[in-house]
Design a protein around this ligand. Structure first.
Ligand code: C2E
Ligand code: MG
Ligand code: MG
Ligand code: MG
Length: 281
C-alpha cells in the first residue's frame, strides 16, 4: 500500500513525470540485461586522411530484442546518469582493443587506428587509467593505435587530474582527440596544456559550412588553431563532396562522414577498407 501511495503522490504531482521515470527505469533495467546478454555491438566509421582510410571511430550500437535498434542519443546520457556507463564504457574499450589486436598484422587493417568515445564519468572515475591499460594488455593491442575521444566539458572539471591521466596514457602511446570541438567552453590556455593529437570540428559547423558564413568562419578558425598548435584537425559529419572540397581548401585534410560511409558493422567496414586498398581495375 505504501508503494501505491507513493505512486498516487507522483501521479498527483505530474502524470507525465511518472511515465518518464518509469520509462527510464525500464530502459536502465534493459540496458543492464542487454550488456549481460550481448546486445551491444561496435560499429566502425572510417576516417579519411589525404584520401585514404587512416582509422575508424568505434560507435556503440544497441540492438534491443523488442524495440529494435536504439541509438546512442537515447541511452548514453541515461547510462551516464545511472552509472552503467562505467561497465558499458569498459566493454567498449575492451572490444575496441580486441578489434585492434585482431587487425594487427593484417596488410590493410593492421595500420588503422581506432578511436573510442569516453564519457565524462568514465574518465573521472579513479580507475580509468588502469582500465585502459588493462584493456590494452588484456588484448595485446598496440597502444599507439588506440585513440580516446574526450569532450571539452570534461577536461575543465579537474584540469590537473585530467592532464595527469592524459600524460600517463600518452606515455604508453595512447592518443587523444577533442571531440565536438567548438560546442563547449574551451579555454585556449588549457588547450595549449593538454597533450592532444587531434581536434574534431563538430558536425554542427560542417553541416552549413557552404551556406552559413559564420559556420565557415568557425570551421576555418578551428583549422587554423589546431594546425598552429600542431594538431590533426578532423571534420565530422561530412556528407557532400562540396563540403569536403571546402574543408580541404581551408586546410582540413581529414574527415569522417556519410560522404564515404556511416558507421558500419565490422565486416562491412573491413570490406570497405580492402576494396579501397585494392588497385583500381
Ligand atoms: P560523436 O562521438 O560525435 O560521433 C559522431 C556521430 O555523428 C555518430 O552518431 C555518427 O554516426 C554521426 N555521423 C557520422 N557521420 C555523419 C554524417 O555525415 N552526418 C550525420 N548527420 N551524422 C554523422 P552516433 O553513432 O549516433 O553517436 C552519437 C554520440 O553518442 C557520439 O557522438 C558520442 O558522443 C556518443 N557515443 C557513441 N558511442 C559511444 C560510446 O561507445 N561511448 C560513449 N561514451 N559515447 C558514445
Ligand atoms: Mg566521437
Ligand atoms: Mg563528435
Ligand atoms: Mg557527440
Amino acid at each position: 500500500e505504501a508503494k501505491n501511495a507513493g505512486r498516487n503522490t507522483l501521479r498527483f504531482y505530474d502524470p507525465r513525470m511518472q511515465a518518464v521515470v518509469a520509462a527510464r527505469a525500464q530502459l536502465e533495467a534493459d540496458m543492464r540485461a542487454g550488456l549481460a546478454e550481448g546486445q551491444f555491438e561496435l560499429y566502425y566509421q572510417p576516417k579519411v586522411a589525404h584520401g585514404s582510410i587512416q582509422g575508424a571511430e568505434a560507435l556503440l550500437r544497441w540492438r534491443h530484442p523488442e524495440r529494435g535498434f536504439v541509438p546512442p542519443s537515447e541511452f548514453i546520457a541515461l547510462a551516464e546518469d545511472c552509472g552503467l556507463i562505467l561497465q558499458l564504457g569498459q566493454w567498449v574499450l575492451q572490444s575496441a582493443c580486441k578489434q585492434l589486436a585482431q587487425w594487427s598484422g593484417d596488410e590493410q587493417l593492421g595500420a588503422l587506428s581506432v578511436a573510442v568515445n569516453v564519457s565524462p564519468r568514465q574518465f573521472h572515475e579513479g580507475g580509468f587509467v588502469a582500465e585502459v591499460l588493462q584493456a590494452i594488455a588484456g588484448s595485446g593491442a598496440d597502444a599507439r593505435r588506440l585513440r580516446l575521444e574526450l569532450t571539452e566539458g570534461m577536461l575543465l572539471q579537474d584540469v590537473e587530474d585530467t592532464i595527469a591521466k592524459m600524460v600517463k596514457l600518452r606515455g604508453y602511446g595512447v592518443g587523444f582527440s577533442l571531440d565536438d570541438f567548438g560546442t563547449g567552453y574551451s579555454s585556449l590556455a588549457y588547450l595549449k596544456r593538454l597533450p592532444l593529437h587531434e581536434l574534431k570540428i563538430d558536425q554542427s559547423f560542417v553541416r552549413d559550412v557552404l551556406t552559413d558564413p559564420n559556420d565557415a568562419a568557425i570551421a576555418r578558425t578551428i583549422v587554423a588553431l589546431g594546425t598552429s598548435l600542431g594538431l590533426q584537425v578532423t571534420a565530422e559529419g561530412v556528407e557532400t563532396e562540396a563540403q569536403r572540397a571546402f574543408l580541404e581548401k581551408s586546410g582540413c585534410h581529414v574527415w569522417q562522414g556519410y560522404l564515404l560511409a556511416p558507421p558500419l558493422p565490422r565486416e562491412r567496414f573491413e570490406a570497405l577498407v580492402r576494396e579501397r586498398a585494392a588497385p583500381a581495375t
